[in-house]
Design a protein around this ligand. Structure first.
Ligand code: GLC
Length: 525
């Protein structure tokens, strides 16, 4: 599965923003890369306050990205190349420009229009304190006051009001949105913040850290991962099953290891993103534990694990792996930790980590540009930052723009082949050296490594879901897959001998053994 962030993938009309025609023009590239499916991040009409995760109309395409006809053409052309298409559904909140929210603001407290969202009176004598102490994921309080004195809930930016999933009208609307896209031929859905829709409607405060230490309240959070989400999952699953097509849905659910299998029950999601693997530092035992846990959890409910190292919300793994292990990369430090970053180490480990990822049983989710070994772009100047995290955090966190810089397709040109004009986020000068053109047919390039690995994955790593651990030393991660192929990663301090046999693919030159921070697949001879 290849994640397309449409704003930053390819810009066919030269307006600086990627578009559907851009994706269409690059389908042959994706075919050649060897992906089976694409997940397209939100392309709906949107003020783009949160890169499109603020949807104003779930049944149309933003004119900056194209038209519905373009979307249908993309789906058909992808299918002709045997590439499936997933769209992103954002059910937790709409944009404040959605007609429902406009109607809610225009209507009175207590009206049916307000009942589609979560409006409440404030606390304190004049109601001028927020109804709860809940905080916005991007920073600051999760409530905003409207002129008549009520407050509305927004777990994300204040331009992303949370929907009221206790309201049948909201539920029915989303059934219909799923059907709308199924009718247009999509093969599935990635569900945004799927663990957040259901709120405790008694609106208790979130316990403080001290309270949490005294009680065991962690299992009953007022807005994350509440039991009620499963009923909604089941409802959607019925909509998908009723289509009688081979379609799937994958949950973005940042939930505990205990909770995850619940989302994967046979009448709920087909897949859930496994973020434990993503946040695991470069460490042999930590990686082994994360892999083992995900494999076991998926097997327990008859599902398949998912693996990912990068997406549009996290620092690119070529940079993450080049930082000291204790760096809090999640806060996207303001001043680039250039002094802390070992870019060469990061890329070496990223290539090894990606090769490990592609050897695992289940589904692999790649994020656009990782096949070029793109690092995070650290030095975007504050004036171009677009992620609401920058404002909402009071300029203490830079946000996620550094992993969203438009892709370089050629070594030169106005936006390195992204489009005919300047890209919506500035690309660094060195982007051209990492472009598709600069890496195509270059032995050893990261792009060629991904191409080779994806082809070999189809041949050696997709026979079945089995994984048998091998003991090749305390600092070596090694396992055998159903085809007999062995994957070896060297986390240690010295080059090791590879098992006897033919090397299928390797993240670096292995003619003298497997160097540190490297991975190879071997077909035992
Ligand atoms: C998800 C998306 C992220 C977005 C948030 C709010 O986490 O991946 O990009 O900001 O939801 O919709």
């Amino acid at each position: 599965m290849y994640q397309v962030y449409p704003r930053s993938f390819a810009d066919a009309n030269g307006d600086g923003t990627g578009d559907i025609d851009g994706i269409r023009s690059r389908l042959p590239y994706l075919r050649q890369l060897g992906v089976n499916a694409i997940w397209v991040c939100p392309w709906y009409p949107s003020p783009l306050n949160d890169g499109g995760y603020d949807v104003a109309d779930y049944r149309d395409i933003d004119p900056r990205f194209g038209t519905l006809a373009d979307a249908e053409a993309l789906i058909a052309e992808a299918h002709a190349l045997d590439i499936r298409v997933l769209v992103d559904i954002v059910p937790n909140h709409t944009s404040n420009e959605h007609p429902w929210f406009r109607a809610a603001l225009a209507a009175a407290p207590g009206s049916p229009e307000r009942e589609r969202y979560l409006f409440r009176q404030g606390r304190g004598p004049d109601g001028d304190l927020p109804p709860t102490n809940w905080t916005c994921v991007f920073g600051g309080p999760a409530w905003r006051r409207v002129p008549d004195g009520q407050w509305y809930l927004h777990l994300f930016d204040s331009t992303q009001p949370d929907l009221n999933w206790a309201n049948e009208e909201v539920r029915a609307e989303f059934d219909d949105i799923f059907r709308f896209w199924l009718d247009r031929g999509v093969d599935g859905f990635r569900i945004d913040v799927s663990h957040g829709m259901v709120k405790d409607l008694t609106f208790p405060d979130v316990p403080t850290i001290e309270e949490l230490l005294e009680t065991s309240k962690t299992t009953d959070h007022p807005h994350w991962d509440r039991d009620g989400v499963h009923e909604i999952n089941q409802r959607w699953r019925r909509v998908l099953d009723d289509s009688r097509r081979d379609v799937m849905m994958v949950a973005e659910a940042w939930v505990s290891n205990e909770s995850q299998p619940l989302y994967l029950r046979p009448d709920e999601y087909h897949q859930v993103f496994n973020f434990e693997f993503l946040v695991t530092p470069w460490d042999r035992d930590a990686a082994a534990i994360a892999i083992q846990r995900a494999v076991a959890a998926a097997q327990a409910v008859g599902s398949a694990p998912t693996w990912t190292l990068s997406n549009h919300d996290v620092m690119r793994h070529a940079s993450r792996f080049g930082l000291p292990a204790d760096t809090n990369w999640r806060t996207w430090p303001l001043t680039g930790p250039h002094d802390l970053l070992d870019a060469e180490l990061g890329l070496r480990r990223a290539r090894a980590g990606s090769l490990l990822l592609m050897a695992l049983p289940g589904s692999v989710y790649l994020y656009q540009g990782e096949e070029l070994g793109l690092p995070e772009v650290w030095d975007l100047p504050p004036e171009v930052l677009d992620d609401p995290v920058w404002e909402d955090s009071g300029h203490t966190q830079k946000g996620r723009d550094g992993c969203r810089v438009p892709l370089p397709w050629s070594s030169d040109g106005p936006s390195f082949g992204f489009g005919d004009g300047d890209a919506w986020l500035p690309q660094p000068k060195w982007f051209g050296d990492l472009s598709v053109a600069a890496q195509t047919d270059v032995p050893g390039s990261t792009l060629e490594l991904y191409r080779t690995a994806l082809a070999a994955r189809a041949e050696y790593m997709s026979h079945d879901e089995s994984l048998e651990w091998l003991d090749l030393g305390a600092e070596v991660l090694a396992f055998r897959r159903g085809s007999g192929a062995i994957c070896v990663v060297n986390y240690g301090e010295a080059t090791i001998d590879l098992p006897h046999g033919d090397v299928i693919v390797a993240s670096t030159d292995v003619s003298a053994g497997l160097p540190i921070d490297a991975c190879a697949w071997v077909r035992p001879g």
